[in-house]
Ligand binder design. Structure first.
Ligand code: ADP
Ligand code: MG
Length: 344
């Protein structure tokens, strides 16, 4: 190559590196009963749009497959379980259900995907939940039908339990799993800077062009955020909240995260946020720690290997790990009672 050519080549490179980065591209669509927002940085609009379209299809497919009662793969698995206590499914669904049940074990039953029939009785699968608590006897019946971990066995792709009357609900970690798969799709396409956000449950990779991604953690009772956090690299922020789906009956708030011990909505927690690497684990951990509640979550967080946790209790006080305190910026620190908890 003659020196002249080198020079031209060098000049072209310089022009490219000086060009402003394309603006961050956004799209939003409904999935999993909420809105999903995708932000993609540092690639052309057409590449971002193609990736966004793929993710939309992925979410629609998974939503159908994992809906507990509609007419997808999980719904048909659940129909068998409800009727006979035994059910078979394809490899993908079996792997997902097994993973969900493994969190049941890890979390000492606080995260329990066997709550599906209870969640349905409370009406939380419907766009508009029921307006009064279900009959107590009925709840106790459904609770009694839920098998213990050691009563569940697998014969190949078939789950076997002693009796029917129960079913699987993946709602506590489906968003995390779906977001993980969407991030994998982006990476296959060479996209390294993005956020996939399902209304407060999100995973962020890379950067927002020349700065970190700025993430807000929603205030459980007011519009706006309770805390902010910067992410650059690869992290998931998952919040379980009593404000996502709920109704108020005679002054009492009934929400969609159930205590698998009682069959009733968990008392004591308004929201619980976990920051972790993997979306599925962060999602399941947030649900499990929400159920454990104030004072009790640190022991479980330790067992789950989760270090970044923030809980907003029903009386408004905040409990968080010191690692979390080092990461978040509270919006109104003077207004809040914050308890820093050291992991046991
Ligand atoms: P959010 O929707 O606020 O992000 P979660 O990730 O905690 O909250 O998911 C709540 C959903 O999980 C409920 O709507 C229900 O489908 C399911 N669920 C409720 N209670 C439990 C539980 N104890 N363990 C596992 N899943 C649960
Ligand atoms: Mg969850």
């Amino acid at each position: 190559m003659r020196p002249g050519h080198l020079l031209i080549f060098g000049a072209a490179l310089l022009t490219i590196s000086c060009e402003p980065k394309p603006p961050v591209w956004h799209t939003t669509f409904p999935a999993f009963g909420t809105r999903v927002e995708i932000s993609i940085a540092a690639v052309s609009e057409s590449r971002a749009r193609r990736a966004g379209d793929k993710i939309k299809i992925l979410f629609e497919t998974l939503h159908r497959r994992w809906h507990p009662w509609d007419d997808g793969a999980l719904a048909s698995f659940n129909m068998q379980l409800m009727n006979t206590g035994s059910a078979a499914a394809d490899d993908e669904l079996v792997a997902t259900v097994r993973q969900a049940l493994s969190y049941k074990k890890l979390s000492g039953g606080r995260f329990d995907p066997a709550v599906a029939a209870l969640v349905r009785e409370w009406g939380f699968n419907e766009a508009k939940p029921i307006s009064a608590p279900p009959d107590r006897e009925r709840l106790l019946e459904l609770l009694a039908a839920m098998p213990d971990q050691q009563q569940i066995a697998w014969q190949g792709n078939r789950l076997v339990s002693p009796a029917g009357g129960w079913a699987i609900d993946l709602g506590g970690f489906a968003k995390g799993l779906a977001i993980d798969r969407a991030i994998a799709l982006l990476r296959e396409d060479g996209i390294e800077n993005a956020v996939i956000n399902a209304v407060g449950d999100l995973r962020a990779i890379g950067r927002h062009n020349d700065r970190a991604w700025r993430i807000g953690i929603r205030h459980p009772r007011r519009a706006g955020v309770i805390a902010g956090i910067d992410i650059s690299g690869d992290e998931s922020v998952f919040t379980s909240g009593d404000y996502e789906r709920f109704f108020v009956h005679e002054g009492v708030r009934y929400h969609h995260i159930l205590d698998p011990e009682t069959g009733y909505p968990v008392n004591g927690t308004m929201s619980l946020t976990v920051i972790g690497g993997n979306g599925g684990i962060a999602d399941a951990s947030a649900t499990a720690l929400f159920v454990a509640g104030p004072g009790a979550w640190p022991t479980l967080a330790e067992a789950l290997g989760v270090e970044l946790v923030m809980l907003v209790a029903s009386d408004g006080h905040i409990e968080m790990t010191s690692a979390m305190a080092n990461r978040v910026t509270l919006e109104n620190p003077d207004e809040m009672k914050v308890v820093i908890v050291d992991m046991p």
